[in-house]
Design a protein around this ligand. Structure first.
Ligand SMILES: [Zn+2]
Ligand SMILES: [Zn+2]
Ligand SMILES: [Zn+2]
Length: 536
């Protein structure tokens, strides 16, 4: 029995040792105690970062001291690393904030902060309108003789005079019925004034649209089902029935996107109107205007695939056109021209603003094409020779599929100084899904399944197409169609530091905004277009 007891004791001792908490657990508890009278370190309050620090510290101490038998010899645990402490401190505070914009995305906090910061009493105009004791203005208007009102209206421009005449019944009788309306209706010099006056009626006519060539409202014939059609398809798919539809002297306004594709002004009107009045009764969503297409010319050097996307920012329609074409390495000057210019009208295949001839845009595209790595000749000993030279110069292994880095000329974004348009020219590696005509199994064979990556030139264009009021009063539309000069529209002055590209991309991607320098597409402010000979 004694032996049994002793065995029982020893097993008890060993069992106690075995049940003794592990070193790491003791340290965790010590840390909890060292934190003071605060809450105990529990699983819920232990962050991943702190656990990681503890284990690292423990293994480090174990390695340094070698002896972990002595419980009292455990080194004091330092507080967590400063960066982690900082993160832990601010994590909760930043939880409801947008990472890029710093805006509060917690709607409850947002509403509360609004109610605290600005009271509803601060709205002066609201009080002004709601002031029931304010005397009505008719008597004050009637106190002036009609001749004076006519003198005032004669000094105003035609649009404002009509607005004044229609303001109320007293003014209408004083200024004479229809006198100013007739002035607006007659005379080509008042045509723009008439259009601007008619745009004021937009809100009351959701099922009509202002026709610019006729300067009158037409009834929309496909309400909510209007679709942009390609220009070259010769499909007349109009928004309304217009007598001027096929009049070549007075054509409807449209903006050229690429060969055979354009943006009619009616669609800019529809998209901006629906956004301005907040109802799809008035027009279309900007998302419904986006299109994708491919275009190649017989004898051309490649097929261009183009995609468009639209977005409305501050009531103006922004457009992005991405044009892409696979390019062979080491193209001679003729090959580059064949790839970039259409043989039909000698415009670029990609989307460009009317000022493309005046700047460095085409030079930049040609420079970007030069950066595509040329595959090396490996016949005979040339492969070994190249490898040897690479080793001497400390270069890595040559990779023909590497993403080429662009130079200081072709890497920055370019902005046209005379219209709100920005360009980004890139060389990218993309998958070529077109069947290879030189394939041993034939061009349309399904056996040739290998994934093929090739270098492609990608030209992205961002443009501001204006607010859709009228083609002349919308400065952005007029500039994009080349109807203004540098005095009337200077894009660097108007746009400032915030680029259209930045506004557009931040509307779709939450966190990444392209960080590129924006420089002028035409630093020397060259003009003349086709008359100069350096554009081709
Ligand atoms: Zn019309
Ligand atoms: Zn370059
Ligand atoms: Zn331009």
């Amino acid at each position: 029995m004694p032996s049994n007891t002793s065995t029982g004791n020893t097993s008890k001792i060993s069992l106690t040792n075995w049940l003794k908490p592990k070193k790491s657990r003791q340290k965790l508890r010590k840390r909890g105690a060292a934190d003071g009278p605060g809450p105990l370190t529990s699983a819920s309050s232990t962050t991943l970062a702190s656990i990681k620090t503890t284990t690292t510290q423990y293994s480090y101490a174990k390695g340094a001291y070698g002896n972990d038998n002595n419980d009292d010899d455990v080194p004091p645990l330092p507080p967590i690393a400063p960066l982690q402490a900082h993160r832990a401190k601010y994590r909760a505070r930043n939880a409801g904030l947008d990472t890029q914009l710093g805006e509060n995305i917690d709607y409850t906090t947002l509403l509360h902060s609004m109610s605290l910061q600005e009271g509803f009493e601060s709205d002066e105009s609201f009080y002004y309108l709601a002031d029931v004791n304010r005397p009505r203005g008719e008597n004050a208007i009637a106190s002036l003789p009609g001749a004076i009102w006519c003198r005032i209206a004669d000094l105003l421009d035609a649009k404002t005079a009509v607005c004044l005449a229609l303001a109320n019944k007293t003014l209408y009788t004083r200024l004479g019925p229809r006198r100013y309306l007739d002035r607006l209706n007659h005379g080509p010099e008042n045509r723009q004034q008439k259009l601007e006056f008619l745009t004021l009626l937009d809100r009351y006519l959701p099922y009509h649209l202002l026709c610019i060539p006729c300067a009158r409202y037409h009834r929309r014939i496909r309400i909510g089902h209007e679709k942009i059609q390609p220009t070259h398809a010769q499909v007349l798919n109009p928004v309304f029935n217009c007598p001027q539809e096929r009049n070549p002297i007075n054509p409807p306004a449209r903006h050229r996107i690429t060969h055979g594709r354009s943006m009619p002004f009616t669609f800019v009107q529809l998209a901006t109107r629906a956004h301005r009045f907040g109802s799809l009764k008035y027009g279309l969503k900007p998302e419904s205007l986006g299109r994708r297409w491919r275009y190649s010319e017989p004898g051309g050097a490649g097929t261009w695939s183009v995609s468009t996307r639209y977005h409305i920012h501050e009531n103006r329609l922004l457009m992005r056109v991405i044009s892409q074409c696979f390019a062979s390495p080491g193209l001679p000057p003729t090959g580059k021209r064949l790839l970039l210019y259409s043989r039909e009208d000698y415009w670029p295949f990609f989307s460009a603003c009317p000022h493309w001839r005046d700047g460095e845009l085409m030079d930049v595209c040609k420079c970007a094409l030069d950066h595509i790595p040329v595959p090396r000749n490996t016949a005979g000993l040339q492969g070994a020779e190249h490898k040897f030279k690479d080793a001497i110069h400390g270069r890595g292994r040559f990779d023909p599929y590497a993403i080429p880095s662009q130079c200081g000329k072709c890497q920055p974004m370019r902005r046209c100084p005379r219209c709100p348009t920005e360009y980004l020219i890139e060389v990218k590696l993309s998958e070529d899904t077109t069947p290879d005509p030189n394939s041993p199994f034939g061009p349309s064979s399904s056996r040739d399944k290998g994934v093929k990556f090739r270098h492609a030139i990608v030209v992205t264009r961002w443009s501001d197409l204006g607010d859709g009021s009228t083609p002349s009063s919308s400065a952005e539309w007029a500039a994009c169609n080349g109807q203004t000069d540098l005095e009337q529209y200077d894009s660097f002055e108007r746009l400032g530091r915030r680029g259209i590209s930045g506004i557009f991309e931040s509307a779709f991607t939450h966190d990444t905004i392209p960080g590129r320098r924006i420089i002028s597409m035409n630093p020397d402010n060259k003009t003349g277009g086709e008359k100069r000979d350096d554009w081709y």
